[in-house]
Ligand binder design. Structure first.
Ligand SMILES: Cc1cc2nc3c(=O)[nH]c(=O)nc-3n(C[C@H](O)[C@H](O)[C@H](O)COP(=O)(O)OP(=O)(O)OC[C@H]3O[C@@H](n4cnc5c(N)ncnc54)[C@H](O)[C@@H]3O)c2cc1C
Length: 388
């Protein structure tokens, strides 16, 4: 049965301190500089990879650390609580889950050990399309079987780290919509080696934050039939089965952000003297910071519950989704309190707050928008009528 451990174990404390040591070598200036140039944090990601942190969830038999998701969550939370951004590499931790759960033994042996060491980067996840957005089942990119190949045509939008990855997990339609019984049928998942592949154009998109995001164009891109993961036509359910891990891990980044904002806000408002006393002595300044803190801690408890259920192999869809929602909201609330208490300085790049503010806002939209989580809770958890 799942149990939530509120205190960190000795091993978890060691894990946190190991990640913190790396983060200290990558201070605000590092992230700020990359942000201004919209460049990938190559050095940071390489160091994390070499230390084995990104292979944390890969079972030991495939060369990973075989840690529970609670520990993966701790790694990402710690990076964010130290002012960094794990969103540049978090996908390396969890995209492989689809291969682990649904891939053949040959695929697992071929890819997982190399993903664990970082020899292969699997950080690109191609789902969203210009016309499908949140409604994944409407996606139009096709993969048509021709002998021992599939031929891929279509477009994907907002696909992050395609330039920095060796492999991409792609969701594409293998059966035309007119021939499927249920709208979730007919989609398949492929693990594709995109290094130098013909028929793929990657167009970088300059976004609000440094996120290495791209539009992808497939023009008769040929891939070996062995790229298919699991059974043809079952891809939607394979992707869904990975969502809980993604939600828990991304929630943890928001929790780290919430803690970072609160720590900054408390420190600054305690030292900034205006009208003869620290601004933090005013309840108008204190209360929003306290609210953000409470929201962050509540979200962390829900994340811990979701992780405990996940690690015990029990259903955790509601908890994982609620954790993601609560954490994104909490980080946003803490971020607002932080930027407010800094006055004009909150907008100055050198304080890093405006950068973190932009970064944390993403979690309201991606990898799933807050509205879609509210809808999931209303209809799937509370049993209310569906509107779509
Ligand atoms: C920086 C960044 C990185 C990303 N990286 C990736 C990636 O690596 N791979 C990938 O596949 N995708 C990625 N995405 C895409 C992301 O997952 C989508 O943006 C998100 O799922 C929403 O899709 P959309 O943008 O098309 O919005 P839409 O689906 O068009 O929705 C727009 C708004 O309408 C709301 N809405 C839609 N339908 C309903 C409804 N029925 N009820 C209430 N509200 C509704 C949504 O909540 C949203 O607020 C990324 C996005 C960003 C911004």
């Amino acid at each position: 049965m799942a149990t939530i451990n509120l205190a960190l174990t000795d091993e978890q404390r060691a894990l946190k301190s190991g990640v913190t040591d790396i983060c200290k070598r990558y201070p605000g200036e590092y992230w700020r500089d990359l942000d201004s140039r919209r460049e990938y944090p190559e050095k940071f990601v390489n160091e994390l990879t070499q230390a084995g942190y990104l292979g944390a969830l890969i079972p030991q038999e495939y060369g990973g650390a075989g840690l529970p998701i609670r520990d993966g969550a701790l790694i990402l939370e710690t990076i964010h609580a130290n002012g960094g951004s794990a969103s540049a590499c978090h996908a390396q931790m969890y995209i492989m889950g689809t291969v682990l759960r649904h891939g053949s033994e040959a695929q697992k042996k071929q890819y997982l050990p190399k993903i664990a060491t970082g020899e292969l980067r699997l950080q690109a996840f191609g789902v969203t399309e210009p016309d499908a957005g949140s409604d994944t089942t409407k996606l139009k990119t096709t993969a048509v079987r021709r002998g021992d190949r599939y031929v891929v045509n279509g477009r994907k939008m907002f696909i992050s780290r395609a330039m920095q990855s060796d492999l991409m997990l792609l969701l594409a339609r293998t059966t035309p919509v007119e021939q499927i019984a249920r709208r979730t049928d007919g989609l398949s998942v492929f693990l594709i080696d995109i290094r130098g592949i013909k028929g793929l154009e990657i167009r970088p998109l300059r976004m609000m934050m440094n996120h290495s995001t791209n539009a992808l164009f497939f023009d008769d891109m040929e891939i070996p039939a062995t790229s298919l993961i699991g059974e043809e036509g079952k891809g939607f359910s394979y992707i869904l089965s990975g969502m809980n891990a993604e939600r828990i891990l991304v929630a943890s980044e928001s929790i780290g952000d919430g803690r970072w904002f609160t720590e900054k806000a408390v420190a600054y408002s305690g030292g900034r003297v205006i009208f003869g006393k620290p601004i933090g002595a005013n309840q108008g300044v204190q209360f929003p910071i306290a609210r953000g803190h409470m929201a962050t801690e509540a979200a962390a408890l829900m994340r811990d519950k979701a992780a405990a259920l996940f690690d015990a192999g029990e259903p955790c869809g509601p908890e994982a989704n609620m954790a993601k929602y609560l954490a994104a909201e909490a980080a946003w609330e803490a971020g607002n309190a932080c930027i407010d208490c800094h006055g004009g300085y909150g907008y100055a790049e050198e304080y890093d707050i405006e950068r973190k503010f932009r970064e944390t806002r993403l979690y309201q939209v991606a990898p799933v928008s807050t509205n879609l989580i509210l809808s999931y809770v209303a209809t799937h958890v509370l049993g209310m009528p569906k509107s779509f």
